[in-house]
Design a protein. Structure first.
Length: 131
């Protein structure tokens, strides 16, 4: 049914939100290019969130490496907030220009944009492995 299809779609996006944080960590820890990206990324916490009450995860860039967790961050320096599950899905499938989407209001970039860019590069790199 359509309701089951929507529930399955939302679950797949929820899993992608959680996986994104841990994929960024894996790339920062194990990929030579990702290790360089992580060293050059500013420190701070970035939260990925769908809507106001949807799934979220976060990564914390520290001088000793990247930490990943499911759930909200207590005081993130930056947030990528997707307007909808559809926008998050497009982002994770690499079919979305994040800056164009921010201008259109499909994504809100809150806080330190250099942190968003740094983690975004790690996610792009992760997509080369799992895309």
């Amino acid at each position: 049914s359509e309701l089951e299809d929507q529930a399955s779609f939302e679950l797949s996006v929820e899993l992608a939100v959680y996986a994104a944080a841990f994929l960024a960590k894996a790339v920062a820890d194990h990929d030579p290019v990702g290790q360089t990206m992580a060293r050059e990324c500013m420190t701070g916490t970035l939260e990925l969130r769908v809507g106001e009450d949807g799934p979220c995860s976060h990564v914390q860039m520290t001088p000793s490496g990247l930490l990943a967790q499911k759930g909200p961050a207590s005081d993130p320096e930056a947030v990528i907030k997707f307007r909808s599950y559809e926008m998050a899905y497009a982002f994770f499938k690499d079919k979305l220009d994040i800056l164009v989407s921010a201008v259109k209001g499909d994504i809100r970039l809150i806080g330190l944009v250099p942190l968003v860019e740094g983690v975004g590069h790690l996610l792009e790199r992760a997509n080369e492995y799992v895309g």
